[in-house]
Ligand binder design. Structure first.
Ligand SMILES: Cc1ncc(COP(=O)(O)O)c(C=O)c1O
Length: 505
C-alpha cells in the first residue's frame, strides 16, 4: 500500500482526508492517480497522523516516484541524498520528541498587548527578504520615518524605529540623555515608572522620585515642587499611559512644567501612541518612545522613538562615552539618518515592512479617526462592564480608552476567570501586576483589536464565565448596555453631522 492509500485508510475516505488537509478532493484523487504524495506535504502528513505515517516515508516515496533531475546527483541517490532512514538521520543532539511546525491558535487578544495584527500587516511581513541596504529598502525606510512622524504628530528629523521592544526604546532614551551624576525627576504611578528609576540608576544618574498611588495620574504640582527643590535636575521622565493601571497622565502640562525649570522630558508613549492623542510638537516633547505591539498593532520587537533637535545637540555635546555601543545615538544616526546609510546592525527587515504597513493603515484611517475609534469602543465596553457591576480602578477623567482596568469582584477567582476565557473562548485578557496582582483584570482595546466584535465577544464571554462561577450577573445585560452606548454615539454623531451641514449651507 502506498502512502496516500494508507492515509485514506487512516481517515476512512478521500473526502475526510481532503477535509483534514484543507485541500480540494481533486487534489487527493490526483495523488491516488499518480501514486504518491508530493514531498512538500511530508511534514503536514506526519503531523496529521501523529507520526503514524512519517515524513521520511512520504519523502522517500516521493523521491522514488519523481526524482529530481540533478546532474550532480551520484547514481542511486534520491533527491535528498541517500534514502532517508528515519531516526538514523538524527544525530545525538536531535530532540527526543518529534517536533512539528508551529501553528499558533487563533486568539482574540484583549490584554495589555500584543494585539491582533491586521491581515495586511501579516501579509506584508511574509514578503521575500531583502537586504537592509538594498535601495528599495532604503526608500521604504524614508517612508516609514514619514509615517512615524505622522503618528507622533511631529516634524522631528530624528524619528525612527529602534530594533528592539519598548524596553529598548526606554533604555535608549536614558542611556543617551542621562550622564553619570545627572539628576532626573522620575514619576512613578505603576510598573513602568519603576523601570525608569532602574534605568536612571544604571546610567549612573540620581533619581528623584515623585510617587503617586497606582491608579492615580501624576500630580503636576508634585513635579513642580520636586523641580523647585532640585533646580539642577536635567530631565523629567514619566509614563503617559500607564499600562499596569489604565491611567493617563497630562503629558502636555508635565512637559510645560519641566521646560519652565529648564529640564527636558522623556515620555513613555508605549501604550498611548495611536490610541489617544500624542502631540509631540504641540506639547514640546523632547524625547519619546513607544512599542510596535500596542495601538500600532504590529509584530512586537520594534520601538519607535522621536527626538527634538535640542536632545540631539545635547547628546552630541556629551564629553563622556555613552555606556552602550548598540544604543549610542551618534552611531545609529549613520544608519537611520537622512543622508547616510552605513552598516550599524542588521535591521529586522521583514518586521520593518510590517511596521510600514501598520502605520499606513493608520494614515489611511486618519489618526484622529483612530483615536475616536478607541474612544467609541471604550465607551461601549465600559457600559457593558459596569452593567455587570464591575468598577474601574481609575477615576473617569484619567481612564485610558485602550486599557480598561477593573476590580475583580470579591470572592471571584481572578485567575480562573482568565483561564476559562482563554480555554473556552480563545479570549486573552490581562491580569494585575505588582500590588494589583489578583485584584484587577485589564481589558485592552488596542489598534486592530479595538473592534465592536471583540467588545461584544468579551462582554458575553465574561458574563457567561462569571455566571457559571456563581456570580450574580445577568448574562445579556452587558451586551444590551454596550449596544445602547453604541446607539447613543451614533445618534450624537448623526446630529453633529446634520448641524455641520446646515451651518455650512
Ligand atoms: C508603558 C510601558 N512601557 C514600557 C513597556 C515595555 O515594552 P516592551 O514589553 O515592548 O519591552 C511596556 C510594555 O508593556 C509598557 O506598557
Amino acid at each position: 500500500m502506498n502512502c496516500v492509500e494508507r492515509l485514506v485508510q487512516i481517515f476512512g475516505s478521500q473526502a475526510e482526508l481532503a477535509r483534514r488537509l484543507s485541500v480540494d478532493r481533486a487534489v487527493v484523487s490526483n495523488w491516488i492517480k499518480v501514486g504518491y504524495i508530493p514531498a512538500r506535504w511530508a511534514m503536514e502528513v506526519e503531523h496529521l497522523t501523529a507520526g503514524e505515517l512519517s515524513a521520511v516515508e512520504v519523502l522517500n516515496e516521493a523521491a522514488a516516484r519523481k526524482p529530481l533531475k540533478l546532474k550532480s546527483r551520484p547514481e542511486g541517490e534520491g533527491s535528498f541524498g541517500m534514502p532517508l532512514q528515519g531516526n538514523d538521520i538524527m544525530n545525538q543532539y536531535a530532540p527526543h520528541k518529534r517536533i512539528f511546525s508551529f501553528h499558533p491558535p487563533q486568539r482574540t487578544l484583549m490584554g495589555p498587548g500584543p494585539t491582533e495584527i491586521h491581515p495586511r500587516v501579516l501579509t506584508t511581513m511574509s514578503q521575500p527578504a531583502i537586504g537592509y541596504l538594498d535601495p528599495v529598502f532604503v526608500e521604504m525606510m524614508e517612508e516609514l520615518k514619514t509615517l512615524l512622524r505622522y503618528a507622533y504628530q511631529t516634524k522631528n528629523a530624528l524619528t525612527f524605529p529602534i530594533s528592539g521592544p519598548g524596553s529598548v526604546g526606554m533604555e535608549y532614551c536614558f542611556v543617551n540623555m542621562v550622564a553619570p551624576g545627572d539628576k532626573v525627576i522620575v514619576c512613578r504611578n505603576g510598573v513602568f515608572g519603576g523601570r525608569m528609576i532602574e534605568n536612571v540608576e544604571r546610567c549612573g544618574g540620581v533619581p528623584i522620585v515623585v510617587e503617586e498611588s497606582w491608579g492615580d495620574a501624576i500630580d503636576p504640582q508634585k513635579v513642580e515642587d520636586a523641580l523647585k527643590k532640585n533646580p539642577d535636575a536635567r530631565v523629567v521622565a514619566f509614563v503617559h499611559a500607564e499600562t499596569s493601571t489604565g491611567c493617563q497622565s497630562d503629558a502636555k502640562t508635565l512637559t510645560q512644567i519641566a521646560h519652565k525649570h529648564d529640564a527636558m522630558v522623556i515620555v513613555d508613549a508605549v501604550t498611548s501612541l495611536g490610541g489617544t492623542p500624542v502631540l509631540v510638537d504641540e506639547w514640546g516633547i523632547d524625547a519619546i518612545y513607544s512599542a510596535s505591539q500596542k495601538c500600532l498593532s504590529c509584530t512586537p520587537g520594534l520601538s519607535p522613538v522621536s527626538f527634538s533637535e535640542r536632545v540631539v545637540d545635547r547628546v552630541k555635546a556629551r564629553k563622556d562615552k555613552i555606556k552602550s555601543w548598540f544604543m549610542d545615538m551618534n552611531l545609529l544616526l549613520g544608519y537611520w539618518g537622512a543622508s547616510t546609510r552605513t552598516y550599524h546592525h542588521t535591521a529586522p527587515t521583514n518586521s520593518l515592512f510590517a511596521l510600514h504597513e501598520a502605520l499606513l493603515l493608520i494614515r489611511e484611517e486618519g489618526i484622529e479617526n483612530c483615536w475616536a475609534r478607541h474612544h467609541r469602543h471604550h465607551l461601549a465596553l465600559k457600559a457593558g462592564l459596569e452593567a455587570m457591576g464591575l468598577k474601574y480602578l481609575v477615576k473617569e477623567q484619567y481612564q485610558l480608552p485602550q486599557m480598561n482596568a477593573v476590580m475583580c469582584p470579591e470572592g471571584v477567582d481572578e485567575a480562573a476567570v482568565r483561564r476559562t476565557l482563554l480555554d473556552e473562548f480563545g479570549l486573552e485578557i490581562g491580569a494585575g501586576l505588582g500590588p494589583l496582582a489578583g485584584k484587577i483584570w485589564r481589558f485592552g482595546l488596542m489598534g486592530y483589536s479595538c473592534r465592536a466584535d471583540n467588545v461584544m465577544l468579551c462582554l458575553s464571554a465574561l458574563g457567561s464565565v462569571m455566571s457559571d462561577m456563581g456570580v450574580a450577573v445577568h448574562v445579556g445585560d452587558a451586551e444590551a448596555a454596550a449596544h445602547a452606548a453604541y446607539a447613543s454615539q451614533h445618534v450624537r454623531a448623526a446630529q453633529a453631522k446634520k448641524k455641520a451641514v446646515s451651518k455650512a449651507a
